[in-house]
Design a protein. Structure first.
Ligand SMILES: [Zn+2]
Lengths: 389, 122
């Protein structure tokens, strides 16, 4: 297979935006093209767009063609939309990777976009419920926060994890987001604020949850030859893995504190990349809820099973620790515009491994990991390096 | 084959029905087309006792449209005596009594003609 790298990345401002769905595409697309001299939209051969529910939120389908036209791209080899709930963006990056690695394309843009906020917040919450099983889960009032709350409660019962430790994930990611001008939230948060915030689904409080956010992100993926011609600092895709345990919660490992699919996806990516957990300098993990980041520490191999609480409390997932987790602020601080999230994670790794992350730069970063999930049982992991594998 | 419609009709009448693979013996609920263990399509109905224990739970304070008027309410993941896992709404158990390992029993919750899985005290 051919080597593949990111050569450009850009994101829109994330937040409760007045911008339209198309405005968000324009904003991220322009920022992405601005990040790399020497690529015009007409040079891009393929476009993959990760987007989950524009049919409901923007009354628009036929997304890839619409976005291509908005950005002046004329796809000649690949045009597709990916929908895989919260992991749609990273699933899109894998398509671009596979096309380029196989020699079917040389230059592909992957864009993720979501316009989730509606005039009524009730409508936005209802829409998010389409991600769980209609007949078996939504039928008795299940949405995403309770799913992850079940994992949190189980982790607390099994390993003695505390509300304060869950809160520290919220503090860290809100603090990181305060150094990211594109994040949804910019004020940081204290532990008192996090533990005093409104209960959503016990034990998860508001500041331990990602908000409902509008936003878009884009990256440009290139073959080795094109990458080396376009930039002296390509960010190489070294490994990737995806694994699924199931869709309905009852199809997953019965102990929700264990996410074996994440371990399998991570092991596949580590093996392909020739990298061990201890080599990772920064990780953009899917902290849709604080417990998800903690279980990710364990399944990604940053700490032993059950020790995530002590790991975050000791600062080992922060600057100066073992691995900086979610330097851009994560989903908790940046927000979670579903299809855009995985692409925004890649965009963060792109600037970090090029030393362009400004006040949130992770010192001497050479290996970056992203983890994107769609519920507790479906995971995608990417490993990037400043050098190819 | 047990269809979803039949499952919920039986559930509404108080009978919790799983399916057992006649080839490998795997038990499944909800009913499905293919055996997740051996891929066979040879299911036999397997009524469950309805008894189980809570493996995790949460009290929901913010709910989607249609449920917002019911908050707070609890849901639980339950390990059924026969070995399968099932999610449902918890009724008639005070929130402060909820804990991992608590014994519960299946309780059909029907409204507007639609049945969902619930659990109450044993
Ligand atoms: Zn079988």
């Amino acid at each position: 297979m051919r080597k593949v790298a990111l050569v450009g990345a850009g994101i829109s401002k994330f937040g409760v935006r007045r911008a339209s769905y198309r405005d968000l595409i324009w904003e991220a697309g322009k920022a992405c093209f601005d990040s790399v001299a020497g690529i015009k939209p007409r040079d891009v051969e393929g476009l993959v767009v990760g987007s989950v529910m524009p049919e409901r939120t923007a009354f628009q389908s036929h997304i890839s063609s619409m976005a291509a036209e908005a950005l002046g791209i004329k796809p000649s080899v690949l045009s597709a939309r990916t929908e895989h709930m919260c992991a749609s963006g990273t699933v899109g990056i894998r398509y671009a990777y596979a096309f380029i690695a196989a020699g079917l394309a040389d230059l592909v843009m992957v864009l993720g976009v979501e316009k989730l906020n509606q005039p009524s917040s009730d409508e936005a919450i209802l829409n998010m419920g389409t991600g769980v099983d209609r007949e078996w889960e939504a039928a008795f009032g299940l949405t995403a926060p309770p799913c992850f709350a079940l994992a949190a409660q189980r982790h607390m019962a099994e390993y003695g994890t505390t509300e304060e430790q869950l809160g520290l994930v919220g503090v860290k990611n809100h603090t990181h987001a305060s150094k990211n001008p594109n994040a949804h939230f910019g004020k940081g948060a204290t532990l008192e604020q996090v533990l005093g915030s409104r209960m959503i689904a016990s034990p998860l409080r508001l500041f331990m949850c990602s908000p409902i956010t509008d936003g878009a992100a884009a990256v440009i993926v290139a073959s080795e030859e094109r990458a080396r011609a376009l930039t002296d600092r390509p960010v190489w895709i070294r490994g990737t893995g995806q694994a699924l345990d199931g869709f309905q919660l009852t199809s997953l490992h019965e102990d929700y504190a264990h996410w074996p699919a994440l371990k399998r996806a991570a092991d596949a990516a580590y093996t392909m990349a020739g990298v061990r957990p201890g080599d990772v300098d920064l990780a953009e993990v899917h902290d849709c809820f604080a417990i998800a980041e903690m279980i990710a520490y364990e399944e990604l191999g940053f700490c032993k099973k059950g020790e995530a609480g002590a790991f975050v409390a000791a600062g080992r997932s922060d600057y100066g620790g073992d691995v900086v987790v979610n330097p851009r602020g994560g989903l908790i601080g940046c927000g979670h515009p579903l299809g855009a999230t995985g692409v925004a994670q890649a965009a963060e790794v792109f600037v970090q491994l090029r030393g362009q992350a400004g006040p949130r730069q992770v010192a001497d970063a050479t290996i970056g990991l992203t983890h994107n999930n769609s519920g507790m049982g479906e995971h995608v992991v990417m490993i990037y390096g400043s050098e190819p594998a | 084959m047990l269809t979803q419609k039949e499952f919920f009709e039986k559930a509404g009448a108080g009978e919790l029905q799983a399916v057992r693979c006649s080839r490998c013996g795997a038990l499944a609920i909800p009913p499905r087309a293919f055996c997740p263990e051996c891929s066979e399509r040879a299911w036999q109905p397997a009524p469950l006792s309805g008894d189980g224990t809570i493996t995790s739970y949460t009290v929901i304070r913010v709910a989607p449209r249609g449920f917002a008027g019911e908050v707070p309410y609890a849901i639980a993941a339950v390990h059924m005596k026969e070995g399968v896992s099932l999610l449902g709404r918890v009724v008639d158990i005070p929130f402060d009594k909820l804990k991992v390992g608590l014994a519960v029993r299946f309780r059909p919750l029907t409204r507007n003609g639609q049945t969902a899985v619930g659990f109450g005290p044993r």
